[in-house]
Write a protein of this length. Structure first.
Length: 181
């Protein structure tokens, strides 16, 4: 195992193999034994990290590149941990007790991936969400990687005009956060 635990699986592939994007995508699709073992060992460290953690480069390089990641200044990658399962509503405290209280097995209106994107955007308010992708899940958590971009960065000046962004623009996000406080 290399010294840098955050280094993606792409750089750890056996040196004799082809390192094309299609090869990487195929490894993630088929979940090769080397990938499964690497993920199992990596998740041990991921559990101890904060919920929103900035990472230097993508774990799934093929997927990140397909969704708009470029290795240039102004683009930030974040790994977000989200708990699994449905939501729970607060139990009614007054009045008549319903036969089916609607406390458990309650489905949220947005997916866990969107929750991960919102958490990343809440932590990095000045950045906009480009896209995100699924990484791994265990019995308790899901992990997603979110690609964020600083649209005001000079290196991304021309590039950001032609991209569609998922989240609210930074100024709107700041106003919404100020309203909630």
């Amino acid at each position: 195992m290399p010294s840098n635990p955050y280094q993606g699986f792409a750089s750890r592939c056996v040196s004799g193999k082809d390192l094309s994007y299609s090869h990487l995508a195929n490894q993630w699709r088929e979940k090769t034994p080397e990938l499964k073992e690497w993920l199992r060992l990596s998740v041990v460290g991921w559990r101890k990290e904060p919920v929103v953690k900035r990472i230097p480069y993508p774990t799934r390089l093929d997927r990140a590149r397909r969704l708009g990641y470029k290795a240039k200044q102004g683009i930030v990658l974040v790994r977000v941990r989200v708990r699994r399962g449905g939501a729970k509503k607060p139990r009614p405290v007054s009045g008549r007790r319903q036969k089916a209280m609607g406390v458990s097995k309650f489905t949220r209106s947005i997916s866990l991936q969107r929750i991960a994107e919102k958490r990343a955007n809440r932590k990095y308010v000045n950045l906009t969400v480009l896209d995100s992708y699924y990484l791994y899940s265990d019995g308790i958590h899901h992990w997603y990687e979110v690609i964020l971009a600083d649209t005001s960065h000079p290196a991304l000046a021309e590039w950001s005009k032609e991209r569609n962004h998922r989240a609210l623009s930074p100024s709107v996000a700041v106003e919404k956060i100020a309203e909630t406080r």
